[in-house]
Design a binder for this molecule. Structure first.
Ligand SMILES: O=P(O)(O)O[C@H]1[C@H](O)[C@@H](O)[C@H](O)[C@H](O)[C@@H]1O
Ligand SMILES: [Mg+2]
Ligand SMILES: [Mg+2]
Length: 266
């Protein structure tokens, strides 16, 4: 599979600097390019050749109308380019994310940072790595010492924006050291897995943003839960992740819900 990773990342890196045909999906800030489609088709066709009985959930196929339902069957969960808005603007923080679930349990995840050539991997029970180096989350439990990551999500209506900024304000009032937005949910979650941040929360991400990263964070010793503080629901379009359960609960208690619906009800 090595040459395929190189080929896909070359396609993305080359396209990053070129003119793109950009379309919108659910909102004016929810972008897609021909490269998202090309990469998704390549990944699915390669995997389908090897695993003809497996199922696929993938971002652009879902946007085209395919049902997004996780069953007990072995399922690949694919985000062909995470950070498409970055990609459109030539901002070099983009990744390919592939998760794999069996019996609705996440088994492994692979996220490739295309421009920095960093391969993040996690396999249930076998640890998480970045280019062979073991990943470990931060052990911070105090919100007033935390660096927190989030992403904006695609909705831009006034009520959503108000809640988005009020959540940031609440964390800053709680004296978090900072709140950062890098434009790629999967790479932000990989930074959390690496111990480069203490917590992450988001409303409006999807199962393909979360699947691979969830295994990587858990295998790096971290916590991935629902924004209510309960167990993660991969289809719920919301998440809190942190190095420690204490930190995850503090974030969950501090923020207000922004409703994005569910992936399996669209
Ligand atoms: O559409 P792509 O694959 O680029 O993914 C997401 C981005 O990672 C987020 O920053 C962004 O906030 C959204 O959640 C979006 O789903
Ligand atoms: Mg994407
Ligand atoms: Mg994405």
């Amino acid at each position: 599979m090595m040459w395929r990773r190189a080929a896909i990342s070359e396609i993305i890196k080359k396209a990053l600097t070129e003119e793109k045909r950009v379309s919108t999906k659910t909102s004016a800030a929810d972008l897609v390019t021909e490269t998202d489609h090309l990469v998704e088709d390549l990944i699915i066709s390669e995997l389908r050749k090897k695993f003809p009985s497996h199922r696929f959930i993938a971002e652009e196929s879902t946007a085209a109308g395919e049902k997004c339902v996780l069953t007990d069957s072995p399922t690949w969960i694919i985000d062909p380019i995470d950070g498409t808005c970055n990609f459109v603007h030539r901002f070099p923080t983009v990744a390919v994310s592939i998760g794999f679930a069996v019996n609705r349990e996440l088994e492994f995840g692979v996220i490739y940072h295309c421009t920095e050539e960093r391969l993040y991997t996690g396999r249930r029970g076998q640890g998480a790595f970045c280019n062979q180096q073991r990943l470990r989350v931060s052990r911070e439990t105090d919100l007033s010492k935390a660096l927190v990551l989030t992403e904006i999500g695609p909705k831009r209506d006034p009520d959503t924006l108000k809640l988005f900024f009020s959540n940031m304000e609440r964390l800053l009032h709680a004296k978090a050291h900072g709140v950062r937005v890098i434009g790629s949910s999967t790479l932000a979650l990989c930074l959390l897995a690496s111990g480069a941040a203490d917590a992450y929360y988001q409303f409006g991400l999807h199962c393909w943003d979360l699947a691979a990263a969830t295994v990587i964070i858990r295998e790096a010793g971290g916590i991935v839960i629902d924004t209510s503080g309960g167990p993660l629901d991969l289809m719920s379009c919301r998440v809190v992740a942190a190095g420690t359960r204490e930190m995850a609960m503090l974030i969950a208690q501090a923020i207000q819900t922004i409703n994005y619906g569910r992936d399996d009800e669209k």
